[in-house]
Design a protein around this ligand. Structure first.
Ligand SMILES: Cc1ncc(COP(=O)(O)O)c(C=O)c1O
Length: 467
């Protein structure tokens, strides 16, 4: 369809209506959706996004933590077009492959630490986490340890929305109404320093988390526990940075009790923290499996990957007497166009040194955002590099939260949107996770809009008698 002046608004209005009538949105808010419908976004350019009225916004969330190289990259668009002309798709079941699937797997093996050399492809993070758990269970079955099935996850961890990935997710409010397969999952406490018990130092809090973990392992019986799954920094749970040393100690416990570790790097990889893969380079830990998605293809085409160690691969790739197949796979595993997108994405990120840019500019971003802690409702600004959040409180001294129905994060989101900035509201928290093209100008404008939006919201709350 070619948009002309005469048809553009009616076509976009039709799209708005069609959406309202027919699309089931992920995490739709049915309090408002039937009335308000959706905002139709029509185009993007680096860290800017435009709506159907041609209003321009700073995309402070990279789509959804994923458009890492920025919107509208013409080199990527041309490459996708060329690859689609050559070969968009052929399956990779059993004995078929494509150059892009093969070469992306080799590239990921070179980027992931240690012996993580084998890659199972899917279309997103949830599927990659599901695959990781299936592989872990299969691995222990093959080793003759069928009792090793239980999974340690954490409150506030986010791992996706398929049946199992949702169950791995420790955000309990999202479980309501769904019968998720939670029997094999134990949720440990979130490593949430801001919300630690008042009397504890951060170090004591860290020690208490590790003690809790070891206690749980012994209570469940290590012989029944297959794996521990963790994001190095929790994302959707509220950008929760664990205390220093927490990850290293948790990984040590897993090693001690023969529990495999799955690092869910769906958000933290591909530059957001200044590294293509963060586990080893930033956190000095060596997982058995790394789960990748989002920034892997910068969201240009859906793509996810489960990268496993040589040790696990050796076992799962042994033919079984009853069935020589590894009977797990999806139509779109190793999708040629998606893998070509992933390869091009990494090529662009490396050539243009996006990680170097994030390492340079990230501390400035956090420092500027931290100035907002001077405002009475900003309890904490936290995070690292291009993964940041603000948590709002009614009383800074006691850290008392606002009542949920005040929806403070959503109010500030609306106020910022009006001023041309899109942020993500998660309860009393706003997340900032922009494209890695964000520069100092974008950061300064973001901080300025955040300040005005928080002040406006405080003013409204005060008029309503909430402050
Ligand atoms: C850490 C993490 N893991 C997994 C997922 C699920 O990925 P997807 O939505 O692509 O299935 C997400 C999505 O936000 C995520 O943040």
């Amino acid at each position: 369809m070619i948009f002309t002046k005469n048809n553009i608004s009616s076509d976009l209005e039709r799209a708005w209506q069609n959406d309202k009538d027919h699309v089931i949105h992920p995490y739709a808010n049915y309090e408002r959706f039937h009335e308000d419908g959706s905002v139709v976004y029509t185009k993007g350019d680096r860290h800017f996004i435009y709506d159907d009225k041609d209003r321009k916004y700073l995309d402070g969330i990279a789509g959804l933590w994923c458009v890492n190289i920025g919107h509208g990259n013409v080199e990527m668009a041309a490459h996708i077009g060329e690859q689609a002309k050559n070969l968009a798709y052929f399956n990779t079941f059993e004995d078929a492959t494509s150059p892009s699937a093969a070469n992306l797997a080799a590239k990921l093996a070179s980027l992931c630490p240690g012996s993580l050399n084998h890659v199972f492809f899917g279309t997103g993070g949830s599927m990659a986490n599901d695959s990781a758990i299936k592989i872990v269970h299969y691995y222990f079955n093959m080793l003759g340890m069928p009792k090793k099935k239980k999974i340690l996850s954490r409150n506030l961890g986010y791992h996706g929305s398929t049946y199992l990935a949702h169950a791995l997710t420790g955000i309990s409010s999202t479980h309501i109404g769904f019968d998720l397969p939670k029997d094999m999952i134990t949720y440990l406490s979130a490593p949430y320093p801001y919300r630690r018990p008042d009397e504890m130092t951060i170090q004591e809090f860290c020690d208490s988390l590790i003690e809790e973990m070891e206690h749980k392992i012994l209570e469940l019986g290590p012989e029944t526990i297959a794996c521990f799954i963790a994001e190095p920094i929790m994302g959707a749970g509220g950008v929760i940075v664990p205390p220093d040393g927490y990850l290293i100690k948790a990984y040590e416990l897993c090693k001690k009790y023969n529990i495999l570790v799955i690092a869910d790097e769906v958000v933290t990889a591909f530059g957001r923290l200044g590294h293509l893969v963060a586990s080893k380079e930033k956190f000095d830990v060596q997982p058995d499996i790394i789960v990748l998605a989002k920034g892997l293809s910068s969201g240009y085409i859906p793509l996810g990957a489960t990268v496993i160690s040589e040790t696990i691969h050796k076992v799962i790739s042994r033919p079984k007497p009853e069935n020589p197949y590894f009977s797990h796979g999806f139509t779109y595993s190793g999708h040629a166009l998606a893998c070509a997108t992933g390869l091009k994405n990494i090529e662009i990120m490396e050539r243009e040194d996006f990680c170097g840019h994030v390492r340079t500019v990230g501390p400035y971003f956090k420092k500027q955002l931290k100035t907002l802690e001077d405002l009475p409702v900003v309890g904490e600004v936290r995070g690292s590099h291009f993964m940041l959040a603000l948590e709002y409180v009614k009383d800074k001294r006691t850290k008392e939260s606002f009542p949920a129905e005040i929806n403070i994060g959503k109010r500030i989101y609306h106020s910022a949107k009006k001023r041309g900035l899109i942020i993500r509201p998660i309860g009393p928290i706003n997340v900032l996770s922009p494209p890695l093209t964000y520069d100092k100008d974008a950061i300064d404008e973001t901080v300025d809009i955040m300040k005005k939006s928080i002040l406006e919201t405080m003013n409204d709350l005060s008029k309503e008698g909430h402050l």
